[in-house]
Design a protein around this ligand. Structure first.
Ligand code: CNA
Length: 247
């Protein structure tokens, strides 16, 4: 199918539905200037100075063992305070405001969907916006983490402050899982985009979809390409902007 046919088909699916769910990942935010993990320009290919993989550094055991290196990596490669929502985030927020999109289920931790105006956002891997003291539970915002020299410490009890992001080796939040699975299972149209579908258990949640309008928009191939009813290998910002008119 031509690029134009794909856009027309997706447009028709969106027009006909008021129960769309979006499932996305790091590729949704690359057009905002935040690198993903697995693209050629992604963090896995560009960060070598730490002598171990980003997956190792972003694990719970590494965080506990070497918090100084964890925070050096985390602050320089995972936090982008100047990033703004791009055409993909904005189109999804418009779809929700139109009453068509029921939820955004995201693996991203950057908070850009909310910044674009989306309300029903299920953050499977948590968010950089929230942080808490591991000892007394006191909450801290992103600014506190950025401003701290090295490892942020609780000003009340001196405990180590941890980002509310799900590190490798950690489990996902039960409530977020339940809401995400319910939204996907009940969806009429499931749009998946900007994710390599390599990170589990998150990627497996799309198997709860029961409909026959599974749309996959991703620049590179994924293990789920064969399951897509509509497969678009292109920029997610460009495709969603073309399918969701601004007014
Ligand atoms: P990934 O494994 O890096 O895959 C990203 C996918 O997106 C790749 O297949 C790319 O081809 C594709 N892609 C990149 N840019 C675009 C684009 N503009 N349009 C369409 N497709 C594009 O990332 P996943 O999300 O699949 O992996 C899950 C990890 C990445 C989660 O744990 C995230 O927390 C983590 N992550 C999040 C962010 C963020 O919050 N912005 C950034 C980097 C990593």
């Amino acid at each position: 199918m031509s690029e134009q046919d794909n856009i027309l088909k997706l447009k028709a699916m969106i027009e006909a539905s008021d129960n769309i769910v979006f499932f996305g990942g790091a590729g949704v935010s690359t057009e905002s200037g935040i690198p993903d993990f697995r693209s050629e320009t992604g963090i896995y290919n560009t960060v070598h100075k730490y002598g171990c993989s980003p997956e190792q550094i972003l694990s719970h055991s590494y965080f506990m063992r070497k918090p100084e290196i964890f925070y050096d990596f985390y602050k320089t490669t995972m936090i982008y305070t100047d990033a703004e929502p791009n055409d993909a985030h904005k189109a999804l927020a418009r779809l929700e405001a139109m009453g068509k999109l029921k939820a955004v289920v995201t693996q991203n931790i950057d908070g850009l969907h909310q910044k674009a105006g989306s309300k029903a956002v299920y953050e499977l891997h948590g968010t950089i916006m929230k942080n808490y003291c591991m000892k007394c539970g006191a909450p801290y915002d992103l600014e506190y983490v950025i401003q701290s020299d090295g490892v942020p410490r609780c000003e009340k009890c001196g405990g180590m402050v941890k980002p509310d992001v799900v590190l490798y080796e950690e489990g996902l939040d039960d409530t977020t899982i339940r809401k995400s699975v319910k939204a996907i299972a009940e969806a009429d149209v499931l749009i998946i985009g900007g994710t390599s579908l390599n990170v589990y258990p998150a990627a497996g949640f799309i198997n709860y979809y029961q409909g026959n309008k599974l749309v996959l928009i991703n620049k590179s191939e994924t293990p789920y390409d064969v399951k897509a009813d509509l497969l678009i290998h292109d920029s997610i910002g460009k495709v969603l902007k073309a399918c969701v008119p601004e007014d």
